[in-house]
Design a protein around this ligand. Structure first.
Ligand code: FES
Ligand SMILES: [Fe+2]
Length: 348
């Protein structure tokens, strides 16, 4: 039996040390390496761009050259210097330490004072690269070069097939970055249940139908469906779709381990949860609008307020995890299936 009992009615939640133990943090972050990490958007990267990104805790660079987007290691193959700390426009990546240069595809081009070095350059002097997929303009990378993206994304692709991704337009004014003093898993736990909505989000609670809130479990994802209360903004879903005729206000997708795709009638918001230490997390937001007339209404209306309400919760829970008087809780079998699934994926 793993840490988390497969039967939710018998299971206990994650032990509290999962949220503050350095060694457990380090072990769990390696799970990111072979999963798919969202690293950016096609629309924000032009040819000749070099942009630092992360796959879990691994420093990487997203690059674009001749229209091809790649993801290569951000660590110099000489003595391990980080090559690039901020976005650059360039045709060559130059190490700031001893001047080794690389092309944007990661090939080592030049190295000063290395003329007499035997068998140089060899393959290991090039920057290792990740597997990259462009899904409707969203760029994903994995260190597993064999990883199948179709398996990973098929549930979302099917369910959201009525969304016109071409129309989604990223809005710079909607971009946010938040630093949160809590473990990244607390942020995910909180996202994965609508249980807290009436207690924590009074505004949101007035526009969604709490009684009908649904959670669906998929292999590497959880979908929460929020229904609109009468008259509030909802999707116009075509007849051929399984959700046709329903008043859906939001599809909240979480994809293991750290990506949230929130579909609203006005478009899409994205949260990327970046672990930065046992009790430090950065959350990066993007907003993409397809129908500006609907923007600002319904469940996807006042996103900043909802965000601050959630941050207060997770920072407070982080303090709770440190108490010697707390270790594990139990799950609500109807309201916390998503949290239970996440904890099982983490500990299996
Ligand atoms: S560490 Fe990069 S050139 Fe030496
Ligand atoms: Fe919330």
């Amino acid at each position: 039996m793993g840490v988390i009992h497969p039967d939710i009615t018998k299971a206990q939640t994650l032990p509290s040390n999962f949220y503050h133990d350095e060694e457990i943090y380090r072990q769990l972050i390696t799970k990111f390496h072979t999963e798919w990490s969202f690293i950016g958007m096609e629309s924000t990267i032009s040819n000749g761009t070099v942009l630092p990104v992360l796959i879990g805790d691994i420093p990487m660079l997203m690059t674009k050259e001749n229209g091809i987007i790649r993801c290569v290691s951000n660590v110099c193959t000489h003595r391990g210097m980080i090559l690039c700390d901020e976005q650059q426009q360039t045709s060559t990546i130059t190490c700031p330490y001893h001047g080794r240069t690389f092309s944007l595809c990661g090939k080592m081009k030049q190295m000063p004072k290395f003329d007499q070095v035997d068998n140089f350059p060899s393959e290991s002097d090039n920057l290792p690269h990740a597997n990259v997929v462009n899904w409707h303009g969203l760029i994903f990378a994995s260190l597993d070069l064999e990883a199948s993206f179709e398996d990973y994304f098929s549930a979302i692709e099917d369910r959201m097939s009525f969304v016109d991704f071409e129309k989604l337009d990223r809005q710079e004014k909607m971009a946010r970055e938040h630093e949160i003093s809590a473990n990244w898993m607390l942020y995910v736990d909180n996202y994965l249940e609508g249980f807290h909505i009436p207690y924590v989000h009074k505004g949101l609670n007035s526009v969604i139908d709490y009684k009908n809130y649904e959670t669906e479990i998929f292999a590497g994802a959880v979908l929460q469906v929020g229904y609109a209360v009468n008259g509030e903004e909802c999707f116009d879903i075509p007849q051929w779709h399984q959700d046709s005729g329903k008043s859906i206000a939001a599809y909240y997708w979480w994809i293991f381990p750290n990506l949230m795709l929130n579909f609203y009638p006005w478009g899409l918001s994205i949260n990327v949860v970046i672990p930065q230490g046992v009790n430090s997390t950065k959350v990066i937001y993007h907003g993409l609008v397809s129908d500006s007339k609907k923007f600002g209404k319904g469940a996807g209306g006042d996103l900043d307020t909802v965000e601050y309400e959630d941050q207060w919760i997770v920072e407070s829970c982080q303090k709770g995890m440190r108490s010697v008087l707390y270790n594990r809780g139990r799950y609500s079998p109807t309201m916390e299936r998503g949290v239970h699934h996440f904890h099982r994926l983490l500990t299996d």
